[in-house]
Design a protein around this ligand. Structure first.
Ligand code: AR6
Length: 170
C-alpha cells in the first residue's frame, strides 16, 4: 500500500480512478468539479444525470470518458460551518465511500483532490488530517487498492499533506 502527495491538475493523472469534489446535484460546478467535467466531455454530465444526486458524505461512480482515468468517483464534501456540524465525519465519509467504490470496480490506483477545502471552505490542515487518517484506516480493508495519491492544486496544500505523511511514516 502506497500513499503519496503531489502537486498537479487531477484531470491529467493516469490512474484507475480520480475523485471529484462535487455537490449534491452531481451536475457540475466550479473548482475541480468544473475542470473534471470539461476534461471528461459532455458524456460525463449525461452519466451524472442518471444518478439521482448524492448525499453529503457519500459518493457515486461513473466512467471517466475522455479522461485518462477510467473512472470518476463523485464525492460530496460538507460545507464548512464552524466545525460543530459533523463536518469532519462527513468528510471522512467521502474518503471511505470513495475507496469502497474504487475497490468495487477493482481500481488499483486512485487520486483524491483536497475535498471541501476550496469553495466549501473546510480548513486545509484539519481536512488533510481527516483525509490521511481515513485513507490509512480504510486502505487496510480494501486490499485491491494499491496506491492513493493526494493531488494538491497549490504548493501550500502539498506542504500540508507532505508534513502529515512524513509525520505518520515515522
Ligand atoms: N486538480 C486538482 N485540484 C483542484 C483542481 C484541479 N484541476 N481545481 C481545483 N482544485 P473545490 P469544494 C482544488 O472548490 O471545496 C464546486 O462548484 C482546489 O484548489 O473544487 O469541495 C462543486 O460543484 C481545492 O484545493 O471543491 C461544489 O459546488 C480543492 O480542489 C463545490 O465546488 C477543492 O476545491 C465543492 O467545493
Amino acid at each position: 500500500m502506497n500513499i503519496d502527495a503531489i502537486q498537479a491538475d487531477i484531470t491529467t493523472l493516469d490512474v484507475d480512478a480520480i475523485v471529484n469534489a462535487a455537490n449534491q446535484s452531481l451536475m457540475g460546478g466550479g473548482g475541480v468539479d468544473g475542470a473534471i467535467h470539461r476534461a471528461a466531455g459532455p458524456e460525463l454530465k449525461q452519466a451524472c444525470r442518471t444518478l439521482g444526486g448524492c448525499e453529503t458524505g457519500d459518493a457515486k461512480l461513473t466512467d471517466g470518458f475522455r479522461l485518462p482515468a477510467r473512472y470518476v468517483i463523485h464525492a460530496v464534501g460538507p460545507v464548512w460551518n464552524g466545525g460543530e456540524r459533523g463536518e469532519a465525519e462527513k468528510l471522512a465519509g467521502c474518503y471511505r465511500r470513495a475507496l469502497e467504490l474504487a475497490a468495487s470496480v477493482n481500481a488499483r490506483s486512485i487520486a483524491f483532490p483536497s475535498i471541501s477545502t476550496g469553495i466549501y471552505r473546510f480548513p486545509i490542515e484539519r481536512a488533510a488530517e481527516v483525509a490521511v487518517e481515513t485513507v490509512k484506516a480504510a486502505m487496510s480493508e480494501h486490499s485491491t487498492v494499491e496506491s492513493v495519491t493526494f493531488c494538491c492544486f497549490s504548493e501550500s496544500d502539498l506542504a500540508v499533506y507532505e508534513a502529515l505523511l512524513n509525520r505518520s511514516a515515522r
